[in-house]
Structures are given as C-alpha cells and as structure tokens.
Design a protein around this ligand. Structure first.
Ligand code: FAD
Length: 470
C-alpha cells in the first residue's frame, strides 16, 4: 500500500485519468511474457501513464522521497520479468509517449519518444525509403524504449548488428529526477568520442539506471532487393557446416535462421499447406542489396548448401519470398501445437552459443526434451548462435511447472558450459539474475557500484539483473 499523500501527488503530476489504483487495471501490469511473472502475483501498488519528461522527473523525485520502487514499462513484451514490480511500487507506463519528434533523413537519423512501436517507426521510415534495421519478432508490439534498454535484436543482427549500433544519443531521467542527454547535448553528428560512452551504458541497462524519454537513432536506406535460400538437411551437423562454409566464402547474408525438426513439425501442424519435407533441420538465408548482388550471393549460398542438404531452393521473387519465410514466421505462434491443450512458455528461451556449436546445442536441447519429457520447439538465429528453445507444457499442472523450471535451468547451464551466454537478446531481468555471478564474474561488482552511484536508494527497477545483492 502506498501512502495516500503520495498517490495524490502522483495524480497531480500525471492527471487523475492517468493514475490507476484499482485492482483490475493494476492486474494488467502484473506480468510480461516470462513464465516467472505468470506464476507469481506481482501486482503493482499503482500504475501511472506518463506523457512527458517533466512528469517522469517529478515522479522519480517523489519516489526518492518516499523510497518507493518505480518500474518503467513499454509494451510488456519482455521475456525475463524486467517490467514487473517484484517488490511492489509504481509501474510507469511510457507507451503513450509514442511520437516521432524529428525525421532528419539527410543526416541518417530520427528522434523518437520511447513509447513508439517498432513496426510503426519502420512504417513511417519506409515511406521515405529508410529503415531501422534491428527486427525483433515482437515488432508489432514492442516499444523503442524497451528495445533500447534490452539492446534488442533479431534475424538481421548477423549483418546489421543490434539496437546499440544505432543509438546516437538518449534523453534519460536519472533516479534522482535529474534529466541528462547523452551523445552530445545538441549533437546531430553520426559519431562522437566525446567523453565516456554513456549512451552505451544506458543501452542495455534494463531500466535500472534511468528512464529513457527520448531516443536519437541512426537509420539506413532500405536495400533495393531481397533474396532467400531455403535448404533442408538430413543431419543437424550438416546445417552447421553449410553456415560455416558460407562465411568462409566471404558471403554475408542479412539473416541466417534455423528450425529443428520439432519446429518444422509445429509449423506444419499450424499450416499443413507448407508441405515441408522430412528433415532434421531447415535453414533460411536471406540476402539483400542490388539485384546483381542478391543473385550472386543467393546462387553461391545455394551452391554451398547443395553439398550438404537434400533439398535447396532460392528465389528473389517477392511473392515466393513471403511463402518461403512463412514456416519461420509462424513457428513462435505454432509451437503450442505439438502438445494438444498445452502452451509454449518462455524460460531458457534465449541462449546464445558460438556459431560452430549450434548443431551440438540443438542436439543437447533435444536430449533434455527427452530427459524431462517436455516437447521443445527450437528455432533461432544460427548466424549469430542465438537459439530460442520453446518448451510446451500444461501451465495448469504444477508438476509440469516444476519440471520446466529445472529444464530451463539445465538449458541456461548448458549455454554457459558451451562458452555461450544465458541471454542473446531478451535480457537478464529476474529470470536470469541467478546466473550473473557465474556469467559475468568480477565485472558484476563494477555493475553494482555503477548502480549504487546512480541510484543510491535503489528505487529504479529494484531486484533485477542481480544488481542489489551483496
Ligand atoms: C512474440 C515475441 C517475440 C519476441 N521477439 C524478440 C526478438 O526477436 N528479439 C528480441 O530482442 N526480443 C524479442 N522479444 C522480447 C521483447 O519484445 C523485447 O525485449 C522488447 O524490446 C521489449 O520491449 P517492450 O516495449 O515490450 O518492453 P517491456 O517489456 O515493457 O520492458 C522491457 C524492459 O525495459 C524497461 N523499460 C521499458 N521502457 C523503458 C524506458 N523508456 N526507459 C527505461 N526502461 C524501460 C522495463 O523496465 C523492462 O526492464 C519478443 C517478445 C515476444 C512476446
């Protein structure tokens, strides 16, 4: 329960219509996409919808006075319990701050508010022939603010990198309420080495160091053409070899995606018309550039795949491209089909291992699936080693919940043992906090010192990223 006086002051700052204390509204903010949030009951004490930087600043000043946690939130699509009030307090909804403030395309940049949805931004940019390359699967839901603080990425990261490569500067409200601008107070430059790289510090900070209220982003011209190579492999290991050979031949696809046999089964159950052939793995290589470059890359990749695969097709026809991408596009939604009445859950869903070890990781995930008797649909970005393992369980069965927690732990530990990471793109939050001592070593202590410096009262998103332990 928050003091009545504090609630009144928040109402004064944000307006009565933007403050929610009733249970029904607060319940809507109790979860993100993670299993952990869905099996707990972390309902915030209050939700406030903010519309400008001044409100954010004033609310943080108040929270400091009252020592009340504040949890920033975009769309709540995160998968690691990042936007959830695990210690109560105020959830601050930034999704209404969703405007494009400046399209400065001659200088290859735009300035946006944090609540803008990724697909909306790219739609607006496409009208001018530009795009913001990072491409999360949640494009139609997630906000740029969430993407910045999770350093999100997607299929195109193998060629275009992750969100942090495109962040030129940020307006950030510090836990004290002070407002700063990183990347140069008035800069419109595309690069700068002036001072510590605070933009990078806040990018990936998971809402623990400051609240992002404005983002200056680099954008690129949309490539003229796209092409796709699809290949089906009898052996998992052969798919890994094909990827290695593509890089050895100095080819650089814009995406390299893999689906294992269970993922192919799920996609086929969801859309039988896909008619996928029986195989251990399916690879999709997307290439982009000028028409000649696309044809050159696609033909060479197809030729390499012929050596390892039993079926290969390439196309640069836009209609066929969409058809061939369909299996990969639907697999997330289709995963639940492999076990009738069950649901796909997000736990251990984001490991990243060295590219050369992806087939081994896929094989070991299949063994864990058998060991725990839980179907796992695995797909992901083999081009950078990032795998999305999707366990499918009956979420009403407490024994299955316990089993899947153990399975998620085994997947995380496997990633660390394989010289990988527990999270390639979805973040630490609460879900992966328990692995940070092992994964980060003494660097975690430095992160804790930075947190204490910027947020001495630990009011901003407390409990996340293993920052406030010790
Ligand atoms: C179906 C599906 C597919 C997905 N695919 C991908 C994918 O391909 N790649 C990928 O990287 N992720 C993916 N995700 C995860 C998720 O969509 C991303 O992490 C996304 O960037 C989160 O954005 P959000 O607006 O939902 O953030 P939220 O979940 O609301 O918040 C995420 C974190 O950011 C903090 N936060 C939010 N806004 C701010 C702000 N303005 N200032 C400071 N902190 C803030 C929150 O406190 C929290 O810690 C997927 C999720 C789903 C459900």
């Amino acid at each position: 329960m928050l003091p009545a006086d504090l609630i009144r002051q928040v109402e004064k700052i944000a307006g009565l219509e933007n403050v929610f204390t009733d249970e029904a509204n607060r319940l809507c903010y109790a979860t993100d996409s993670s299993l952990l949030s869905q099996i707990n009951n972390w309902v915030p004490d209050l939700v406030v919808r903010v519309t400008n930087t001044e409100q954010v600043s004033n609310i943080l000043k108040l929270a400091n006075q009252h020592r009340v946690p504040v949890i920033p939130r975009g769309a709540g699509t995160g998968q690691c319990c990042g936007a959830v009030a695990c210690r109560g307090g105020i959830v601050m909804d930034l999704s209404s701050m969703n405007r494009i403030l400046n399209l400065d395309l001659e200088n290859l940049q735009v300035v946006v508010q944090p609540g803008i949805v990724h697909a909306d931004l790219n739609k607006a940019l496409a009208a001018h022939g530009f795009f913001f390359p990072p491409d999360p699967g949640s494009t139609k839901m997630c906000t740029l603010g969430g993407m910045v603080v999770f350093n999100s990425s997607g299929q195109r990261s193998v060629k275009y990198g992750t969100t942090k490569q495109y962040i030129l500067g940020l307006e950030v409200v510090l836990p004290s309420g002070e407002v700063i601008v990183t990347g140069g107070a008035r800069s419109r430059a595309l690069k700068s080495v002036a001072g510590y790289d605070l933009t990078s510090l806040f990018t990936g900070s998971e809402g623990t160091l400051g609240i992002v209220t404005r983002i200056r982003l680099k954008v690129l011209p949309i490539p003229e053409k796209r092409g796709l190579v699809v290949a089906f492999f009898d052996k998992l290991e052969a798919s890994g070899q094909a990827v290695i050979q593509v890089f050895r031949r100095r080819l650089l696809p814009s995406a390299i995606e893999i689906m294992d046999r269970t993922a192919m089964k799920a996609a086929t159950m969801y859309k039988p018309e896909l008619e996928l052939p029986p195989a251990e793995a399916m690879l999709l290589f997307e290439v982009d550039g000028s028409p000649a470059e696309v044809a050159y890359q696609a033909q060479n990749i197809a030729a390499i795949c012929q050596q390892f695969a039993n079926q290969v097709e390439w196309t640069d026809d836009p209609k066929r491209l969409i058809e061939l991408w369909t299996a990969r596009s639907v697999v997330g939604a289709a995963a639940g089909r492999v076990k009738p009445g069950a649901t796909r859950v997000y736990i251990g869903e984001d490991i990243c291992v060295p590219v050369i070890r992806v087939p081994e990781a896929l094989r070991r995930i299949q063994e864990l699936s058998e060991q725990y008797n839980i179907p796992i649909v695995t797909y992901g970005h083999i081009g950078d080693g990032n795998l999305h393992a999707a366990p499918v369980i009956n979420t009403y069965d407490s024994a299955e919940i316990e089993k899947v927690k153990q399975l998620g732990d085994a997947v995380h530990r496997m990633a660390l043992e394989m010289e990988g990471t527990t999270t390639g793109e979805h973040g630490v939050g609460l879900t992966r906090a328990g692995y940070m001592e092992e994964e980060l070593g003494p660097a975690l202590q430095v992160m804790r010192q930075i947190k204490r410096l910027l947020d001495p009262l630990n009011i901003l998103n407390p409990g996340k990223m293993a920052l406030d332990e010790n």
